[in-house]
Design a protein around this ligand. Structure first.
Ligand SMILES: [Zn+2]
Length: 410
């Protein structure tokens, strides 16, 4: 983990000059813009030639060859897991202070990599009590402890169902502790003793959580690696599905048309996670191992299924699964590159990473757009040819404050 040191950020007003602007919806026509930031918000945006004189008294941050987009949103992280290959069985039992130290370094690394908002999709209940800081941090939406079957995937976070502990019990514990939404686990996964291609919750169980969450005005997203779990989540009215598994009962990925159609008809958002554990493929000494085979096969079918979902008109959110096993924080651009490789053009990719993701999270006014009056969550990069190379992150602004040391830490 290589998080930047705590930055001495200031809320003083400034002017940012850039070549191009993607405002969350698309690229603005023409070049050479300035954005004026004060008191945490964007107060003005327009052509440099027209506006610069008006704001000449403010300090100028000059990135006049670069591209400005809203700060990126990662819809799927595990803040308290290190993402250095250690499995959940090893890290979940750590004491609160250790888990918070990991989260602090992780969130700083993600911010330095351009991510100004994250959604945590699996931590202990006590993570909800932590006020992120010190120093500049991304905005953190937390879904509490995942609701999972007895001994089910991620049960080590404390959200497992028992004979006398219902979905409503765990859901209520999360929501009353301040969770921003609920995460359900409807299939096995990477937790020891679970089978990824096994469906573990019924549609009725998912519906029970959805009803309660929606009463609180909160969303529900479901870890659903199987076609069966996707069908259950869609029937239950869930808002999101994590990953692009579409696993059949034999463990192979085969998109079942019924599952795809049900999810699309229900308006469900698929979380991408193409780069989940993909970093393993680049580790020295990984070649030829069984895990290398497994990760490359999965990376390939996630890419294929992303193409299938988008081609069928499905909704997608961009999430990395950072923290999980080999998935590092600070590498959001890697997920963008993998999606670019799956055929998503840069303009759409940047929309999905910003306004699209804000919409998927149900917080469209909170972040994800560059508009006067909106919070100033911004990132400046040196190019948008994601398929060719990872862009360099030149500037990060979170709620109007400039990060002292932006860059791509990993
Ligand atoms: Zn995850």
């Amino acid at each position: 983990m290589s998080g930047s040191t705590s930055p001495a950020s200031s809320a003083d007003p400034f002017v940012l000059a850039v070549a191009r602007v993607h405002d969350g919806l698309g690229f603005l026509p023409d070049d050479d813009f300035i954005v004026v930031v004060a008191e945490g918000t964007v107060v003005d945006l327009g052509p440099r030639a027209r506006l610069l004189g008006k704001y000449s008294a403010l300090p100028l941050v000059d990135h006049s060859n670069a591209v400005l987009t809203p700060g990126w949103i990662d819809t799927h992280v595990h803040s308290t897991m290190p993402g250095d290959g250690r499995p959940i069985e090893e890290v979940a039992p750590a004491p609160f202070e250790t888990r918070i130290a990991i989260a602090t370094a992780n969130l700083r690394a993600h911010l330095a990599g351009g991510v100004t908002t994250v959604r945590d999709l699996g931590s202990h209940l006590d993570y909800l009590t932590w006020p992120p800081g010190p120093g500049l941090m991304p905005r953190v939406l937390r879904y509490g402890m995942p609701i999972t079957a007895d001994r089910g995937h991620m049960h080590l976070f404390g959200g497992a169902l028992k004979a006398a502990r219902t979905v409503t019990d765990v859901a209520r514990a999360n929501l009353e502790a301040g969770a921003d939404g609920l995460k359900l686990v409807a299939s096995g996964g990477g937790t020891l003793g679970t089978v990824p291609h096994e469906t573990t919750l019924t549609s009725d169980q998912v519906a029970e959580a959805v009803r309660l969450a929606h009463t609180y005005g909160k969303r529900v997203t479901v870890h659903a690696l199987t076609n069966g779990a996707i069908i259950a989540a869609a029937a239950a009215g869930a808002d999101g599905i994590e990953h692009l598994g579409f696993l059949a009962t034999d463990g192979l990925s085969r998109v079942q048309q019924e599952a795809l159609e049900a999810a699309i008809a229900a308006g469900i958002v698929f979380g991408s996670t193409l780069g989940c554990n993909e970093a393993y493929l680049h580790l020295s000494g990984s070649n030829g191992t069984a895990e290398h085979d497994e990760q490359s096969i999965r990376t390939e079918y996630y890419r294929r299924n992303a193409d299938r979902v988008l081609g069928a008109g499905g909704r997608m959110a961009i999430g990395t699964d950072a923290g999980w096993k080999h998935t590092p924080f600070g590498a959001y651009t890697r997920e963008l590159q993998l999606l670019a490789g799956a055929g998503v053009p840069a303009e759409r990719l940047l929309h999905l990473a910003t306004a699209g993701n804000a919409d998927a999270l149900g917080v469209p006014g909170l972040t994800g757009m560059i508009r006067p009056g909106h919070p100033a969550d911004l990132v400046v990069i040196d190019g948008v040819d994601f398929a060719a190379r990872a862009p360099k992150v030149l500037e990060v602004v979170a709620a109007g404050r400039r990060l002292a040391s932006p860059g791509t830490p990993s």
